[in-house]
Write a protein that binds this ligand. Structure first.
Ligand code: NAD
Length: 424
C-alpha cells in the first residue's frame, strides 16, 4: 500500500479546504444523501461589489467587497465583516459556512454569513474608512436587514464601523433600524456583556471540560495564545475564577510563570510598556515554544492554523479550548484525537460572541434592554447546554468532539431544509 502524501502546508492552511474536509467527514457519518450535501455546501448567495471612493487627496479609488450568505435555512444570515488587504472570496465563503455551523451548534435562529472588503486599514484615514463602509453598505443594502442578514464586527472593524452601517441603512429606510447589525456601542442599541462574551463563553465550556478530568480551577494550569479581545478577556475571567494562568503568548514573545501570572498586573504592564514582555513577575519565553508547555488547558485565541500536522504531536495539554476561529488545521485533528487531547472545537468554544449578538438583535427588536446579569445567565445556559449536546453526540456516535459538533450542526440545518422543502 502506498502511503498518502501529506498535504502541503499551504493546502492545509486553505480555510475553504479545511471547511470542506470537516463537512465531508460529518456528512459521511450522518449518511446525508448527495442532494442534501450539495444544498448544504453551496452558499445561498455571493455578492461581489466594486466600491468607488473619493480619497482624502481627491483621487478616486475602487475597492472590492464581498458578502456571502452561506445559509438562511434557520433564520437571517449572521456574521462579521472584515477589512484586510488579503481578503479573498474563498476565505469569506469558508468563514460564512463556519457561521452557519456555529449558530446551529448553539441552536440560535440564524444562518451564516460573512463579508469582507479588500483594503489596508493601516493606510486609510478615519474619513476614508467611513466612506468605504457607507458605500459598501449602500451596495449591499437590499440584501441585509434584521430579517435578512445581520452583519457584525470582524478583523479591523469595530463598534464605530457598525454604527456607520446602522446609520447608512437607517438613512435609506427613513427610520432608525438598530437590529440591522450587532456589536454596536451600548448607547446605540448594543448589548451589555457583548465585548466580553466570547472570552466568557470560553471560560464556561472550559469549566465543563474540567469536570471530566476531575480538575478544579485552582489546580488547572492554563496557557493562552493571544492577549486581545478573546484571550485577554478569557485570561481575566479565568484568573478571577481561580485558574492558574501559567503563560500568555503574544506575537512578539511569551511570558511564563509556573506559579501563575497576575493577569490584571500584566494588562497594566502592557498598557505602560506596549508589550507583555519583561513583566517583572514572569520569565520571557520564545512564543513558539510556549505553545508546547505542559498545561491542563491550552487556549489559542490569536489566529488560524497555529496547530497543524507538523506540531500537533508536541502539544502537552489535556484540553484544547479553541477561542480563535480555525486555530487547528483539519490535518491535525486526527493527531490530537490519537493523543487523547480533549478538544472543545471553535464552533462551540467561541460561540459566546454570536450568542450575545443574538441577544443584542432580540433586545433591539423588543426595544427592551437586559442587565448584564441576565445576559451572562442566559449565555451560560446556552453554552452549558451546547457543550452537553456536543459531548453527548460524540459519545453516542463514537466520534471526536469536532466531528460531533459538525454532525449536530449539519443535522440541524438539514432538518430545517427538509421541513421547508425545496421551493420550485
Ligand atoms: P484581537 O486582535 O483582539 O486579538 C488577537 C491577539 O493575538 C492580538 O493581541 C495579537 O497581537 C495576538 N497575536 C497575533 N498573532 C499572534 C501570534 N502569532 N502569536 C501570538 N499572538 C498573536 O482579536 P480577537 O477579537 O481576540 O480574535 C482572536 C481570534 O478569535 C480570531 O481568530 C477571531 O476570529 C476569533 N473570534 C473572535 C470573536 C470576538 O468576539 N472577538 C468571536 C469569535 C471568534
Amino acid at each position: 500500500m502506498i502511503a498518502e502524501a501529506p498535504l502541503a502546508l499551504e493546502n492545509e492552511f486553505n480555510p475553504w479546504l479545511a471547511a470542506e474536509t470537516r463537512f465531508n467527514e460529518a456528512a459521511e457519518k450522518l449518511g446525508l444523501d448527495d442532494g442534501m450535501r450539495k444544498v448544504l455546501k453551496s452558499p445561498a448567495r455571493e455578492i461581489c461589489v466594486h466600491i468607488p471612493v473619493t480619497m482624502d487627496d481627491g483621487r478616486i479609488e475602487v475597492f472590492t467587497g464581498y458578502r456571502v450568505q452561506h445559509s438562511i435555512a434557520r433564520g437571517p444570515a449572521k456574521g462579521g465583516i472584515r477589512f484586510a488587504p488579503d481578503v479573498t472570496l474563498d476565505e469569506v465563503r469558508a468563514l460564512a459556512s463556519w457561521m452557519t455551523w456555529k449558530c446551529a451548534v448553539v441552536n440560535i435562529p440564524f444562518g451564516g454569513g460573512k463579508g469582507g472588503v479588500i483594503c489596508d486599514p493601516t493606510i486609510l484615514s478615519a474619513i476614508e474608512l467611513e466612506r468605504i463602509t457607507r458605500r459598501y453598505t449602500a451596495e449591499i443594502i437590499e440584501f441585509i436587514g434584521p430579517e435578512r442578514d445581520v452583519p457584525a464586527p470582524d478583523m479591523n472593524t469595530n463598534e464605530q464601523t457598525m454604527a456607520w452601517i446602522m446609520d447608512t441603512y437607517s438613512m435609506h429606510h427613513r427610520q432608525t433600524v438598530t437590529a440591522v447589525v450587532t456589536g454596536k456601542p451600548v448607547n446605540l442599541g448594543g448589548s451589555r456583556g457583548r465585548s466580553e462574551a466570547t472570552g466568557r463563553g470560553c471560560l464556561i465550556v472550559a469549566l465543563q471540560a474540567l469536570k471530566r478530568f476531575g480538575l478544579e480551577p485552582s489546580n488547572t494550569r492554563v496557557v493562552i495564545q493571544g492577549f486581545g479581545n478573546v484571550g485577554g478577556m478569557a485570561a481575566r475571567l479565568m484568573a478571577r475564577a481561580g485558574f492558574r494562568i501559567i503563560s500568555i503568548i503574544e506575537y512578539d514573545g511569551a511570558v511564563h510563570n509556573p506559579r501563575g501570572i497576575d493577569v490584571n498586573a500584566l494588562l497594566k504592564h502592557r498598557k505602560e510598556t506596549g508589550s507583555i514582555l519583561n513583566f517583572p513577575e514572569a520569565e520571557n519565553m520564545d512564543r513558539d515554544e510556549a505553545l508546547f508547555l505542559e498545561c491542563d488547558v491550552l487556549l489559542p485565541a490569536a489566529k488560524e492554523n497555529v496547530i497543524h500536522s507538523q506540531n500537533a504531536s508536541r502539544l502537552r495539554t489535556k484540553i484544547l479550548c479553541e477561542g480563535a476561529n480555525g486555530p487547528t488545521t483539519a490535518a491535525a485533528d486526527h493527531i490530537l484525537a490519537e493523543r487523547g487531547i480533549f478538544v472543545i472545537p471553535d464552533i462551540l468554544a467561541n460561540a459566546g460572541g454570536v450568542t450575545v449578538s443574538y441577544f443584542e438583535w432580540v433586545q433591539d427588536r423588543q426595544g427592551f434592554f437586559w442587565n448584564e446579569q441576565l445576559v451572562n445567565g442566559r449565555l451560560e445556559e446556552i453554552m452549558v447546554n451546547s457543550f452537553k449536546d456536543v459531548t453527548g453526540y460524540a459519545e453516542k456516535h463514537a466520534v471526536n468532539n469536532r466531528t460531533a459538533a459538525y454532525m449536530l450542526a449539519l443535522d440541524r440545518v438539514a432538518f430545517a431544509i427538509k421541513l421547508r422543502g425545496i421551493y420550485a
